[in-house]
Write a protein that binds this ligand. Structure first.
Ligand code: SF4
Length: 329
């Protein structure tokens, strides 16, 4: 595990404060994100980990202004200390084009299956005469090589369906890096891939950060996958952050009962599969607002106040958790 030392005075690239995202549905409003606060610093890898429906992807979509039409965000999202929540679409589109790139789980949703990869990579660079065709082609090939696409000069003219899933995800990462973003948000970029390719993509993201200094917000349900490349980790559950801190610290001294349960469920070489602990019970119904701790129905440590009183974030030295119980380290 790695950890990049930072000073408290270092300015955050992205600052999210008390963010809530609510969807208007025929059955009533559903709160998918409930008071999330976090920062992403220049050049760091922040992993946002949680089960499906924990609000991690909706947090990212709120940052990029890509929420579904029935979704609304409240709170504050600052990019370089300027508020971007509520910006008009043309300004958000500009931000997505120039500074914050997103890579999604299924690359085919972002690529046009009827256009050669070369055309799709080059078109942005040739806009407004920024680059000539040969320059854009050379830059595209170089970027494909940097994400380890072998024989990039000939493969670049293929169509998306001629590549494997792992290669397509590399191509998407290459395309997003062509714009030299300050922040790359990768939303479950490895979920559709087999385990070996998953590790290759995660290592590639680590390389990207090392070589280009691009900050990465890596969204995943797989705690084990991010251990080797993230500097900090945020654990989300039911729309809230349960624990956040330096990865090494969270892995070695988890404070929140949910984090502890998640870590128990991560496969390890030194443990028999039969010993793996699943988390008993189900996440709460997203249609029901929970005044207290959303984990209280599954928590073996719950106290009398847990169902009704929201636990505040508590901690020090960059390691915080939201729990009424102060667990011994
Ligand atoms: Fe468990 Fe209570 Fe802590 Fe929630 S606040 S994790 S229910 S002890």
């Amino acid at each position: 595990m790695r950890s990049t030392p930072r000073t408290d005075t270092e300015q955050a690239l992205l600052s999210i404060r008390d963010l809530s995202v609510t969807f208007d549905t025929p059955g009533g409003p559903i709160r998918a994100v409930d008071g999330v606060s976090l920062d992403v610093h220049p050049g760091e890898v922040l992993a946002v980990v949680g089960e499906s429906g924990s609000g991690k992807s909706q947090t990212a979509l709120a940052v990029t202004g890509l929420l579904a039409a029935n979704g609304a965000a409240e709170g504050s999202i600052q990019w370089h200390r300027s508020e971007i929540l509520g910006l008009p679409e043309h300004r958000l589109a500009r931000l997505r084009a120039d500074e914050i790139a997103m890579v999604f789980q299924n690359p085919m949703t972002s690529l046009n299956p009827y256009l050669r990869v070369s055309v799709q990579m080059m078109e942005g660079m040739m806009l407004n005469g920024r680059m000539t065709r040969p320059e854009a082609r050379a830059a595209s090939i170089e970027m494909l090589e940097s994400v380890q696409i072998a024989d990039a000069a000939s493969r670049i003219d293929r169509y998306p369906h001629e590549f494997s899933g792992g290669m397509l995800q590399r191509i998407m990462i290459a395309m997003s890096l062509l714009r030299r973003p300050r922040l790359l948000i990768a939303d479950e970029p490895t979920t559709a891939l087999d385990v070996t390719v998953q590790m290759q993509i995660v290592r590639l993201l680590g390389e990207v950060r090392r070589k280009s200094g691009t900050a990465i917000m890596l969204i995943t349900h797989d705690l084990g996958l991010v251990a080797s490349i993230s500097d900090r980790i945020a654990i989300m559950y039911s729309g809230r952050i349960m624990e956040i801190g330096h990865t090494e610290e969270v892995f070695s001294r988890p404070r929140h009962p949910y984090t502890r349960a998640l870590l128990e469920a991560v496969p390890r070489l030194d443990r028999d599969e039969a010993e793996l602990q699943g988390i008993a019970g189900e996440p709460p119904d997203p249609e029901v607002r929970i005044p207290g701790c959303p984990f209280h129905t599954r928590c073996a440590h719950r106290l009398s106040q847990c169902a009704d009183i929201r636990p505040p974030m508590d901690g020090a030295d960059g390691h915080f958790h939201a729990c009424h119980l102060s667990l011994a380290p």
